[in-house]
Write a protein that binds this ligand. Structure first.
Ligand code: FAD
Length: 469
């Protein structure tokens, strides 16, 4: 059946230099490589001719990581849910993950930077921290294995190859992708796994709506002071300027995500690694007013910053006299990995639809969210799973997989869960972005009530970790 599909495609082609495919995926990020692996691992879909096009130098960097992983954990790390991990197992890529570079944790400790109200979320294997590159490299290895098993119809990866234009074949309305190497591909189905600025979404004329959070997410790989053992725990402090999170990595390392407005990001971005480290320890413990003062020092007299923080933290630490009080805060950061600092603009976006005639959108091409709940990549994995099931059903029913009617079950399945998740994360961001007393009182009361209702917390944990889905 699939060969017949392609024969039809070739007959209608506009010229001999245009390749034809059943599925072209733009983007070799976590979503694109997951989709490629899932299609080729599917007994129903593996006969389709499938090409992945990626603008970056993908294969070389992922092979290098797989063959000789670097000493330090990369700065791009994500928290994946048990549901995402199960999906990687289902498509066969989890076997290729470098497990010694991942950390599974059972507990997230959140605390309000204004009122101090705290909430703990516990569940066995709540989430797992893993480098984006570890996910991508495992997926590439799985694709290579599947290609070896299916040498007549392997997945083609065109990396270091940018899609520069997408037009519509006038004969049958299939997308034709123009590549920067001069070649073109025409495809029955174009899947945009091409991130926030998705060229596929633009080609399909699908509107994406949302807003910027006016926050930068500052990331780094950090080492806790080795003076005390703690079970791997995620720490999250809600400050009016944004969320500060330390997420656990193996051997007492952790991954930082620190959301701050652009003006603060510019100030902390100029600090040395040592000054930045002190500022992190201050942000984990001191009051928002003290932090505002410290940002001023960091801007105007950075040479005095470390002494000022040492003095303030010294006073604060003296107030923590019992083990229980100390355990209400993360361990202090000792140092950060050189060159591990980076920053990303944070935004919410959601496409009006994830499907159009001959086009489907997946992952960040369809939606982006504030990383405070660690859901962006996880939502993308759920998209991939749903799209693959939709394509399988279409194939079994003999439908043309690129038609909008065949793709609509995917959109129907993913629209509401993604919309709900984007809304929840947005509300959390907004509720915590203020130090307005009545709101602080209300949110702290809410948190204290929630913290005393285990069944409600279990429900939230279930939703966030997608357990049971
Ligand atoms: C600070 C931060 C922390 C985060 N933490 C978490 C977390 O804990 N948990 C979680 O689930 N998510 C998290 N996320 C979100 C997560 O990183 C993203 O949702 C995920 O990486 C998106 O993957 P993707 O494959 O959809 O898109 P991308 O990774 O953006 O991949 C898109 C790919 O398309 C390629 N491309 C684009 N245009 C073209 C073109 N014209 N031609 C060829 N190729 C093209 C790009 O080169 C790129 O490789 C976080 C995000 C940030 C910023």
């Amino acid at each position: 059946m699939f060969r017949r599909f392609l024969a039809t495609a070739a007959k209608g082609s506009a010229g001999p230099t245009i390749e034809a495919a059943d599925i072209v995926i733009i983007g070799g990020g976590p979503a694109g490589l997951s989709l490629a692996s899932a299609v080729k691992a599917s007994p129903v879909l593996q006969g389709l001719k499938c090409t992945l096009v990626e603008g970056g130098k993908l294969v070389e960097s992922l092979e290098k990581f797989y063959e000789s992983p670097p000493q330090f954990i990369d700065k791009r790390v994500v928290s994946i849910t048990p549901a995402s991990m199960d999906f990687f197992k289902q498509i066969g890529s989890w076997d290729y993950v470098k497990k010694d570079r991942t950390e599974t944790y059972d507990n997230i400790h959140t605390y309000d930077g204004v009122s101090g109200a705290k909430m703990e979320f516990d569940s066995p294997e709540l989430a797992t921290m893993i480098e984006n590159i570890n996910i991508q490299s495992s997926l590439l290895q799985r694709v290579k294995q599947l290609n070896n098993e299916n040498p007549d119809n392997p997945l083609t990866i065109l990396d270091s190859t940018k899609v520069v234009d997408i037009t519509e074949d006038p004969q049958n309305e299939w997308p034709i992708l123009k590549l920067d190497n001069g070649n073109s591909i025409r495809t029955r189905l174009l899947v945009g796994c091409d991130g926030y600025n998705s060229p596929a979404r633009k080609f399909a004329k699908i509107e994406s709506r949302g807003w910027a959070y006016n926050r930068w997410g500052n990331v780094a790989t950090c080492k806790y002071k080795d003076n005390e053992f703690r079970f791997p725990t995620g720490w999250q402090r809600f400050l009016p300027t944004g969320t500060l999170a330390f997420l656990p990595l193996p051997n007492n390392w952790c991954s930082l995500v620190w959301a701050v407005p652009p003006e603060i990001s510019a100030i902390v971005g100029k600090l040395s690694d040592e000054q930045f480290t002190y500022m992190l320890n201050a942000a984990a413990k001191l009051t928002p007013d003290e932090l505002t003062y410290l940002y001023e020092i960091a801007d105007k007299e950075p040479e005095n910053l470390i002494e000022e923080i040492k003095w303030r933290l010294g006073l604060f630490n003296k107030t923590l006299t019992t083990v229980e009080q100390k355990e209400n805060f993360p361990l202090e950061i000792d140092y950060i990995v050189p060159n591990s600092r980076a920053k990303f603009p944070l935004k919410l976006s959601n496409a009006d639809s994830y499907v159009e005639e001959r086009v489907a959108l997946v992952g960040d091409a369809a939606h982006t969210t504030n990383p405070l709940a660690g859901q962006g990549l996880n939502m993308g994995q759920a998209d991939v799973k749903s799209l693959v099931e939709t394509l399988e059903n279409s194939c079994k029913r003999g439908l043309d997989i690129g038609t909008k009617i065949a793709l609509e079950p995917y959109w129907a399945e993913r629209a509401i869960p993604n919309h709900v998740m984007l809304g929840i994360v947005d509300k959390i961001h907004k509720i915590y972005s203020t130090d307005f007393a009545p709101i602080v009182w209300a949110r702290s009361l809410g948190v204290n009530v929630l913290n005393s209702l285990p069944f409600v917390k279990d429900f939230i944990v279930g939703e966030i970790s997608h357990k049971g889905k």
